[in-house]
Design a protein around this ligand. Structure first.
Ligand code: PLP
Length: 391
């Protein structure tokens, strides 16, 4: 065998992609698989975005762009955020990256390393933990709690801060729970962090356009006391149904942008021109498609939550955002791992066991409702039949 970097070998693959591969293989073999596993919108990007991209593919530019992104795109993102949150965001704070995920990796590389500690949510998006560990830092989980509508207790998060803590990762609306952290909890976190000026915050707001009913979403970028130490993560994947275009951005404290730029120049150099031009059309164009996506998700959310709560042994809180439901299945008598496995093998439904998102996810399933209503209803019916026999 080869002698390999143990940190690289130690990375755990994101469970959602393993489930996706299996679901696609079973489907190719003729099984009527319903895929509620992967988290990507089932819509096409807005038409004007595709047209702008097609034109760019024909006419260029075709060369490298700045490592941190095309100036026009950085300006457009800054203007968009300034308008949304009422805080001045400048183009030179914006770093365009190939997918929202990349900002997590860059932040882990920059803040991590031996001796550092980074706090992350459990259950939470798996790349947080893996990127922290890959950097050599200690990954310190803080609990996400069902009885707080899948938010956190700011006091509990703050109690984990030590002199070695360099970064806290926050995700709202959240994957895998759909939880939206209430404004009051963010207020408490921001107030508490004033005593820890050495700690930066990575705020993953990639689902910020998918918030339902009266969920009280607030951006950490809009907190004046944190403004010089928040890194905002967002992008095009979920908002504009552009997961495969690989386009995202970070808003960084200005002093860190040259550091990030260096890492980019030794890795991907820049994001594909066509993707950046498509992203520019999305940010500057009509927003009607974004609202249409949101309304469609909102309708499905109602159906999923009602359907899950009607199943024996299953309870599900209405998630405030994103496109995931995170039902508690402890009442079924089956473990979440066994339930996920058997639903795939015996009922042809792909979904993800909660423990794929951390130890606190045990006892839950993650269902993505980025699937059409007929599939959602069929999946709920099949789950009902399965649990009637096996629950
Ligand atoms: N952050 C969270 C919480 C996510 O759920 C995802 C995608 O699933 C991302 C970031 C990354 O998205 P992208 O596909 O733009 O890398």
């Amino acid at each position: 065998g080869f002698a390999l970097n143990p940190r690289a070998v130690g990375i755990e693959e994101e469970g959602a992609f393993a489930v996706l591969d299996r679901a696609l293989a079973l489907k190719a073999a003729g099984r009527p698989i319903i895929n509620l596993g992967i988290g990507q919108p089932d819509f096409d990007p807005p038409g004007h975005v595709l047209e702008a991209a097609a034109k760019a593919a024909r006419e260029g530019p075709h060369g490298y762009t700045s490592p941190v992104g095309m100036p026009a795109l950085r300006e457009a993102v800054a203007a968009d955020l300034t308008g949304r949150f009422g805080v001045g965001v400048h183009a030179d704070e914006v770093v365009i990256v190939p997918g929202g995920k990349v900002t997590i990796f860059l932040a882990a590389m920059l803040f991590g390393g031996e001796g550092a500690e980074i706090l992350y949510p459990d259950p939470g998006f798996p790349p947080y933990r893996e990127a922290i560990a890959f950097s050599g830092a200690k990954a310190v989980p803080y609990p996400i709690r069902e009885d707080r509508d899948f938010g956190f207790d700011a006091e509990e998060v703050l109690s984990l801060v030590t002199p070695a803590t360099r970064l806290v990762i926050i995700n709202s609306p959240a994957n895998p729970t759909g939880g939206v952290v209430p404004r009051a909890e963010l207020d408490a976190l921001a107030a508490g962090l004033e005593a820890h000026p050495h700690v930066a915050v990575l705020s993953d707001e990639i689902y910020s356009h998918l918030v339902y009913d009266d969920a009280d979403f607030a951006s950490l970028l809009a907190y004046p006391s944190l403004r010089d130490r928040v890194i905002l993560l967002d992008g095009w994947s979920k908002t504009f149904a552009m997961t495969g275009w690989r386009l995202g951005y970070g808003v960084w404290p200005k002093a860190l942008v040259p550091q990030i730029r260096k890492i980019i120049t030794i890795t991907h150099s820049c994001v594909a021109n066509v993707a950046q031009i498509a992203g520019l059309a999305a940010v500057t164009g009509p927003r009607e498609p974004v609202e249409r996506f949101r309304r469609t998700f909102a309708e499905r959310r109602e159906a999923v939550v009602a359907g899950l709560n009607a199943l024996p042994g299953v309870t599900c809180r209405a998630p405030g955002g994103a496109f995931y439901a995170f039902p508690n299945v402890t009442g079924t008598g089956l473990s979440s791992a066994e339930l996920a496995e058997r639903l795939l093998e015996e009922a042809d439904i792909a979904l993800i066991p909660g423990e794929s998102f951390g130890a606190n996810g045990r006892g839950y399933l993650r269902l993505s409702y980025a699937a059409d209503m007929a599939q959602i209803e069929e999946a709920l019916a099949r789950m009902g039949e399965f649990l009637a026999v096996n629950g």
